[in-house]
Ligand binder design. Structure first.
Ligand SMILES: NC(=[NH2+])NCCC[C@H](N)C(=O)O
Ligand SMILES: [Mn+2]
Ligand SMILES: [Mn+2]
Length: 325
């Protein structure tokens, strides 16, 4: 269906119709191969063409899926229980500057993962650009079955895709430059500006972190109790209407019925319609400046891969202003 041309507005972007896209084929934040193929699969299914042709975005993309082979060190022993810490650090450091380069011009930045460890790069890059450009702190809406805020020592798996929010808030810190020591003050997100939606598999240590730091979190229980409409309203009210938003969407927030092809599926999740609704509402604020879509793994559950890719495309389109009517 063709849509009437649309005026794209945003309080915090100088070029709200310009979209910088970074395709990140990285899987080193967890152990399952296949998640590196997601950006290609999403693009091949027509995502960027839709954004150009249906939604009128001017898409800036280097037509490359980045695998960062040259940045990945040969030697990468575990450190504080973290697996592949130098690889994740090097890749996210590079990604951070790629995202920053689009965001500093006032473009919207879309990062297609890859596993969720890449948010260390995308969120830090946006946060730095927003600070420089607007002198403001940015908020993060993290839609996920998981909180991804494990401290290295408390992580049950050692997989860094379960830790990005810990490094981004400085709850986890490391001085070695090649293990996230490159993260500076300008890259950091305040725990007050973080909101979760969709949680249902949170580790013991993470629950304590959420409680001790008073982090705003809406679980599936909250969604069952209040309905998705009220939950999104409360999440946005917590952030306030004067704050730029980075939306980090892990496809495993959706129920495996809608997104079976993902590395750590958890039953009892969002319907695709609820996921799209979250994205639509965040778009409607006019405050969204960046989005990640992560954890699509087309090689898992081969029957469900096309379904999962379609769900991912739908979430991105919704966040970028696609409407039903
Ligand atoms: N981005 C994700 N899918 N994260 C899953 C994390 C699972 C678990 N909490 C861990 O730390 O290992
Ligand atoms: Mn997850
Ligand atoms: Mn995640």
């Amino acid at each position: 269906m063709t849509q009437p041309p649309r005026t794209i507005t945003s309080r915090f972007l100088s070029h709200p119709n310009q979209l910088g896209v970074v395709a990140v084929g990285f899987n080193g934040g967890q152990m399952k191969k296949g998640v590196e193929a997601a950006p290609m699969a999403l693009i091949e299914s027509g995502l960027l063409v839709d954004l150009k042709e249906d939604l009128d975005y001017e898409v800036h993309h280097d037509n490359t899926v980045h695998y960062y082979e040259k940045d990945i060190p040969a030697e990468d022993p575990d450190h504080r229980g973290m697996k592949k810490p130098r690889a994740v650090s090097a890749v996210t450091e590079r990604l951070s500057s790629q995202v920053y380069n689009y965001a500093k011009d006032g473009k919207f930045v879309l990062t297609l993962g890859g596993d969720h460890s890449i948010a260390i790069g995308s969120v830090s890059g946006t946060a730095k650009a927003i600070r420089e450009r607007l002198g403001r702190e940015m908020a993060v809406i993290w839609v996920d079955a998981h909180a991804d805020i494990n401290l290295p020592e408390l992580s049950p798996s050692g997989n860094i895709h379960g830790m990005p929010m810990a490094f981004l808030t400085r709850l986890a810190r490391e001085d070695k430059r090649d293990i996230f020591g490159w993260l500076q003050d300008e890259h950091i997100v305040s725990t007050r500006k973080l909101v979760y939606i969709g949680l249902r598999d949170v580790d013991r240590g993470e629950k304590k972190i959420l409680r001790d730091n008073n982090i705003k979190a809406f679980s599936m229980h909250d969604i069952d109790r209040h309905g998705i409409g009220r939950v999104v309203e409360m999440a946005l009210a917590h952030i306030g209407n004067d704050t730029p938003i980075h939306l980090s969407f892990d496809v495993d927030a959706l129920d495996p019925q809608w997104a079976p092809s993902t590395g750590t599926p958890v039953r009892g999740g969002l319907t695709l319609r609820e996921g799209d609704f979250i994205c639509e509402c965040v778009h409607e604020t006019g405050n969204l400046v960046a989005m990640d879509l992560v954890e699509v793994n087309p090689s898992l559950e081969s029957v469900g891969a096309a379904e999962t890719i379609r769900a991912g495309c739908s979430l991105v389109r919704s966040a970028l202003g696609d409407t039903l009517l």
